[in-house]
Design a protein around this ligand. Structure first.
Ligand code: 5GP
Ligand code: ZN
Length: 118
């Protein structure tokens, strides 16, 4: 059930289409609709958690899975390998944290940035 008319719950339920990167029983990753980097996807828990502010000790495993999945998916999506390649992970939290969609999501951003070379 989508809570609070949540757009990411609707994506998880397949009611809104997304360009999927990865899926398992508790996580979904999909490309951001308005990318800030050559590679930009989001990893979300399928369960509706509004933000990092609601996490408790019982969520350590879930967050650990997201953080260890991020580098694997980043490589598969075209981010270069460490140390020359790489990516950024951002979790906006709350209004002052710049969060716009209130379903916990981890931004993974990377890919070639030619303007950084030379
Ligand atoms: P926030 O500011 O909450 O951390 O970021 C929300 C992100 O979700 C933004 O980067 C925005 O582009 C992305 N987004 C918002 N609506 C949709 C959507 O319907 N589909 C996809 N794939 N991304 C979305
Ligand atoms: Zn949700």
């Amino acid at each position: 059930m989508a809570e609070h008319d949540c757009i990411f719950c609707k994506i998880v339920e397949g009611k809104i289409p997304s360009n999927k990167v990865y899926e398992d029983e508790e996580l979904l990753a999909f490309h951001d609709i308005a990318p800030w980097a050559p590679v930009h996807f989001l990893i979300v828990p399928k369960r509706h958690i509004p933000s990092m502010a609601q996490l408790g000790p019982e969520d350590a495993g879930l967050m650990g899975r997201i953080m260890t999945l991020a580098p694997r998916l980043a490589l598969a999506q075209g981010c270069g390998a460490y140390p020359e390649g790489g990516f950024r992970v951002v979790v906006n939290t709350g209004q002052e944290g710049g969060q716009e969609v209130h379903h916990l999501h981890v931004h993974v951003m990377g890919g070639p940035r030619p303007w950084l070379k030379g």
